[in-house]
Design a protein around this ligand. Structure first.
Ligand SMILES: [Zn+2]
Length: 167
């Protein structure tokens, strides 16, 4: 729906496209899909975001970065609202964002592969190595460099890598 509020919010979306995730600087917050809504109401910029992970410390920094980016661009009346429901899922991440993650050396979410075993056909969580693309990988630690990632190692190229956890 195009309304006056949507039209005046357009420049705000362009500013938000420059705000990056402090943990994964190649991803913008639009790539992550955490911006739910932008509205201009009586001269106030209202941005609604949904955190990727509840309690993720990066979210406070993201809120602050949104505020700073808007202030830099001449907005002073800013309201940032955090909405927890519906919860963010990795499906909200853009395809471009997933590609950027892989290029950055982090296995993107939902990199699952259907695995056939002799007696069953099942979907196993096979994580693809972002370096050599092998699915022959194993988890080393549930927590990687941050709580939002797990640490994996590739059995083919032996390289450790971060995996952006699924929801
Ligand atoms: Zn590999």
């Amino acid at each position: 729906m195009v309304t006056a509020a949507n039209i005046s919010a357009q420049p705000v979306w362009q500013i938000l496209a420059t705000v990056t995730d402090p943990e994964v600087p190649v991803l913008t917050i639009l790539d992550l899909g955490i911006v739910r809504d932008v509205n201009m109401v009586d001269g106030q910029v209202q941005v609604t975001i949904t955190p990727t992970y509840t309690g993720c410390p990066a979210m406070d920094m993201i809120s602050m970065n949104i505020r700073l980016a808007l202030i830099e661009n001449g907005y002073s009346n800013i309201k940032i609202t955090t909405v927890l429901s519906p919860a963010w899922t990795t499906d909200w991440m853009s395809e471009e964002g997933k590609q950027k993650l892989q290029q950055y050396g982090i296995a993107p979410p939902n990199a699952k592969q259907a695995v056939c075993t002799p007696d069953s056909f099942q979907e196993e969580e096979a994580i693809q190595c972002p370096l050599c693309k092998s699915y022959n990988t194993k988890m080393i630690s549930q927590f990687g460099s941050t709580a939002c990632k797990s640490l994996y190692q590739c059995n083919e190229c032996k390289e450790p890598f971060d995996y952006f956890k699924c929801h």
